[in-house]
Design a protein around this ligand. Structure first.
Ligand code: ATP
Length: 233
């Protein structure tokens, strides 16, 4: 099966500082692919490069067979790529429902609606009138995921969605992600918890100092390989 999204020799800079040194990556439809790596390895930079936040050459990022590298972020959303940002970034003065509706401003045709998001996360329906910031961390994360789904993406990119959440909540959120990928979506997750990353993904990439230090099927990689690729020891 061909890749839904791939990157080819993807490099990225902050001014004179080079943060990525030629990343080759691919994800196929309905996969969950995890990216792991120590602080500063380049995970967030990689996400910024594929979502149009950092400038890259067109052919460096290919989505559904088309070069999309360097497109503006709103055009990337229109192509069908939605981001669940690190830290959730809800609008504090808006209710749960209003926050969810913010995700629909660039709505593509597709199945996602408020009702479908409430079907995925029923607790959000009960809390729909409450300000987003009055929710627990896990519920806020559900809003952030629901908001991204409201644009009807084909590819969901999740940056550290388990950060600071209780293990039961993390399980619940990843179970929802697995359900929506079975339904047709594809997801890239940046995950700082290696065991969670291995458990929920089919394939895994480890980044180290701006390069891919390891990749493979999550079930086949040994802890020794992963710690070597992660810490470089
Ligand atoms: P973390 O888990 O800490 O978020 P990361 O793997 O996401 O780490 P990046 O944030 O992508 O790593 O950082 C990669 C490198 O780029 C690091 O050396 C970092 O210091 C540098 N960097 C990140 N953002 C900027 C920026 N805005 N300006 C300059 N350098 C940056």
């Amino acid at each position: 099966m061909s890749a839904l999204l791939s990157t080819h020799a993807l490099k990225a800079w902050y001014g004179d500082f080079q943060a990525l040194f030629g990343i080759d990556f691919e994800i196929r439809a309905q996969e969950i692919v995890a990216i792991i790596g120590a602080n500063g390895a380049g995970k967030s930079t990689f996400l910024k490069a594929i979502t149009g936040v950092l400038p890259v050459a067109p052919g460096n990022v290919v989505f559904k067979g088309r070069p999309i590298g360097g497109r503006k972020a709103h055009r990337v959303v229109a192509e069908g790529i939605a981001m669940v940002p690190e830290g959730r970034r809800l609008f504090p003065s808006l209710s749960v429902e209003e926050n969810l509706c913010m995700g629909a401003y660039a709505k593509r045709p597709g199945p996602w609606s408020l009702e479908k998001v409430y079907g995925l996360f029923p607790v959000l329906k009960e809390k729909r009138k409450v300000p987003g910031t009055a929710l627990s961390g896990g519920q806020q994360q559900m809003v952030a995921i629901g908001r991204a789904l409201m644009s009807n993406p084909e590819l969901l990119i999740c940056d550290e969605i388990s950060l600071g959440l209780a293990p039961t909540v993390i399980k619940e959120i990843y179970a929802a992600l697995e359900r929506i990928t079975r339904d047709g979506l594809t997801a890239i997750i940046v995950e700082q918890d290696v065991l969670t990353a291995e458990r929920v993904s089919q394939r895994l990439y480890c980044f180290q100092e701006g390069r891919v230090s390891l990749q493979g099927n999550s079930r086949d990689l040994t802890h020794e390989q992963i710690s070597h690729a992660y810490f470089g020891v």
